[in-house]
Design a protein around this ligand. Sequence first.
Ligand code: KIV
Ligand code: ZN
Length: 521
Amino acid sequence: MSTSEQKTTNTEQVFIFDTTLRDGEQSPGATMTLQEKLTIAELLDTMGVDIIEAGFPIASNGDFEAVAAVADQAKNAVIAGLARAIPADIERAGEAVRNARRGRIHTFISTSPIHLAHQMRKSEDEVLEIVTRTVTLARNLIDDVEWSAMDATRTPLAFLSRCVEAAIRAGATTINIPDTVGYSVPEEYFKLIDDLIKTVPGADDVIFSTHCHNDLGLAVANSLAGVRAGARQVECTINGLGERAGNAALEEIVMAIKTRTDELPYHTDIEATHLAKASKVVAAAANFPVQYNKAIVGKNAFAHESGIHQDGMLKNAQTYEIMTPESVGIKSTSLVMGKHSGRHAFREKLKNLGYELGDNAFQEAFTRFKALADRKKHVFDEDLVALVDDEMGSAADRIRLVEMNVISRTGGTNHCELVVSIDDKPVSVSVEGTGSVDAIFNAIKKAVGADPHLVHYGVDAVTGGTDAQANAHVRLEMDGRIASGSATEPDTLFASARAYLNAYNRLLVERGASAQGAMAG
Ligand code: KIV
Ligand code: ZN
């Protein structure tokens, strides 16, 4: 059933609040550039997300600028900025969303005994007074104010109810009940939302919202339990990105509601055919690969491997398929283009895949496509998506790979000769390693004069076949900061080197440090 058909069945709307750019970006290593945030925000706005939480404006100038730029750009969605229960935070958030067609200040304070005692060192009465004062301040700045009780699910109901009542009296229009540490189970979360809606004075005049973390793998189940209890806003992120084990995954919430309208008689305004693309763009920007068996958007989500399943699928797809890949925007692999394809066909193909690039980005992508088509016989849709996403990741790199030669020998050490350009100056090194990748990473470390800790290194094939492109992921850590990088190349070793450099470049951006030797000091 299509979204428009659902609406005609008189179901109630569940508003989708996407926090990929705020809670999602708080995942270690998931920092995104301004351009990446704008691209993601545009996608979310186009696909029908109701509220986009674009960042935490007081956190840094970069966060403030990102929220303001998303607010300027958005055509439909409400743009929210997060603020602690501190006047300076609230004023900064108000300033950041000032130019939005519809802006929201989202302010929060902890309510659980453990947070009050150990983190805030405040009494319940002090917290209640702060709720009233800060929500009132926010309401004086803007009409749309969301209030969140951090660690709500570990807060005694009596005190939580008093806080919710205070926030409503002070003018909050949305009340969010976060399961901040992902501790709740569905029956309990249902009861919590149900109790609050039924007992708190003024509850009927506001929208209740869920915000569930996934530490026990229950974020989506808890969010849907909250909806059944009467919550009409769900906070979630693309790919479930977020602190620790992440948040409720937007694509899972949307498709559960769409697929099981019999049990979940609601609708969202999300155009589900954009989900696959949103997943890819966020995975590339945040450098957070999606697990193969991830519901809805994982590589294997619609793959049928066993003979009995394949037999059933061939006879009737519904035997093993509860939704179609097309319904979430997954197109079957198609052989697209070769080295003779021209600019026009390439632009059209990208458009079909959902990419409209500016002139410079298009020219760069076309040059890389030609180079790829020269080396790889079959160029698939997935290759093009990887190629364009890879362009996004490398735009701001200050250290670039110029040339690399690797020699691998059986039973001996491996050797890497490398030239990188650091802020446009070439640096050459020659280094040994236990394996080829070790030699490459050692060479980069020597060239830049630093020794970051390698947290993760992995390689996937973009398509099948021995000539498939390699997509390499690297995560580096330095001084408690983590940055991830990825790169796609027909050659695994080049992909690995570029992914390492991409992660290193992101560490430099975060530190605002000089390129060479940045990690040493
Ligand atoms: O998890 C949480 O409690 C949050 C709040 C800031 C809403 O992210
Ligand atoms: Zn959160």
